[in-house]
Design a protein around this ligand. Structure first.
Ligand SMILES: Cc1cc2nc3c(=O)[nH]c(=O)nc-3n(C[C@H](O)[C@H](O)[C@H](O)COP(=O)(O)OP(=O)(O)OC[C@H]3O[C@@H](n4cnc5c(N)ncnc54)[C@H](O)[C@@H]3O)c2cc1C
Length: 318
């Protein structure tokens, strides 16, 4: 029995878990699996909105390439519970730091009163929300022929005609990344935000630029294959796929409530090399941290967080 069992017991009559994991995407489930295998009393919450719920398959996850996102997570949940981990589907509405070794998590379940859970460590694995195009057709094609992540889906558009919807100073760089897979690129953007230099660079790379408002995406909805982009004015653009880069935001503000500092370069949660945030006892893993936003990276970070949470209970084993 490891030393984490010491100090367990009821807090205000409630169970005191070793760790509460908020989020059951690849990061949270991977952490929960390792924590359960270290025999820690672990409670994991999710409310079924993983970031890639629209994707047709998870690409580049070694041994699971192409698996449906829902299936990967269902398998993960089974692995966690078969090791004794507890998973509850419910929305965490608030978190509170009582002391460096004591956290409270407030949970709302449909049709019931708010419940409170307590733990000695907290792992934030709540992921990001993507800012997505707000036009008819988007949802039908998202994850099948409309993508946001070249690392995940660039291979799928090799030599295809690709529209790129991106604004701001990163639009040209995002478009350039896609040249790895295809030279048939058209950037759809906002004139004011593309510099003269970027215009010249894109022209030299043979990337067409259209400065027009996108009003709809059209295609074959039965196969979820995008065929064209429609504009407020101007000819439709025939294409095979669209990538967009409109930004992301953290899915929750729990880090603010806990006082966790953000990495100033990307506004994601700063973590040290043990996945601990700037607040003792609070760890973070997955898309909420500054690493690459990939399922396999999130899972690896979750595993590392669990290893270091375990060591924090057993400092002599370091
Ligand atoms: C369309 C699309 C396609 C993608 N394709 C790929 C791909 O092919 N390959 C790849 O490697 N990556 C892909 N990604 C990226 C990948 O999905 C993410 O990197 C990965 O899901 C991050 O895992 P995570 O555990 O950090 O967060 P998520 O998977 O987003 O999980 C977050 C978890 O937090 C929970 N949560 C959030 N708030 C609360 C709350 N208040 N209470 C309770 N639970 C909460 C959610 O329920 C969820 O369980 C894709 C992403 C998208 C959007």
């Amino acid at each position: 029995m490891n030393s984490s069992n010491e100090g367990r017991g009821p807090a205000n009559g409630r169970e005191l878990y070793d760790c509460i994991v908020i989020g059951a995407g690849p990061a949270g489930l991977s952490a929960s699996l390792f924590l359960a295998r270290y025999l820690h009393r672990t409670l994991t919450f999710h409310h079924n909105s993983p970031r890639n719920e629209y994707a047709h398959g998870v690409h580049g996850f070694l041994g699971h390439h192409g698996i449906r996102p829902g299936e990967l997570l269902a398998r993960g949940r089974d692995e966690v519970t078969s090791h004794g981990g507890l998973i509850i589907e419910a929305c965490v509405t608030a978190v509170e730091r009582v002391s460096p070794q004591h956290f409270r998590v407030f949970v709302a379940e449909a049709g019931t009163e708010q419940k409170v859970f307590e733990a000695q460590r907290l792992l934030l694995a709540t992921g990001l929300r993507d800012l997505t195009p707000d036009c008819p057709g988007f949802r039908e094609f998202y994850g099948w022929s409309v993508f946001h992540c070249p690392d995940c889906d660039g291979f799928e558009v090799k030599d295809k005609r690709v529209a790129v919807l991106a604004y701001g100073k990163n639009a040209a760089g995002f478009t350039e990344n896609l040249l790895t897979w295809t030279r048939k690129l058209t950037l759809l953007t906002d004139q004011n935000e593309i510099s003269e230099d970027d215009h010249a660079k894109l022209a030299a790379l043979d990337v067409a630029v259209r400065i027009e408002n996108v009003v709809a995406l059209e295609g074959d909805k039965s196969t979820r294959q995008l065929q064209r982009v429609l504009f407020a004015q101007g000819e439709p653009l025939e294409c095979d796929a669209l990538f967009f880069s409109l930004g992301t935001e953290l899915a929750t503000d729990f880090h603010e409530k806990l006082g966790c500092r953000l990495d100033p370069e990307c506004d994601l949660l700063w973590v040290d090399d043990t996945q601990q945030t700037s607040v003792e006892g609070v760890y973070a893993a997955g898309d909420v941290t500054p690493q690459s936003q990939l399922a396999v990276v999130a899972a690896a970070e979750g595993a590392m967080a669990a290893i270091h949470i375990h060591r924090s209970f057993n400092p002599k084993q370091r």
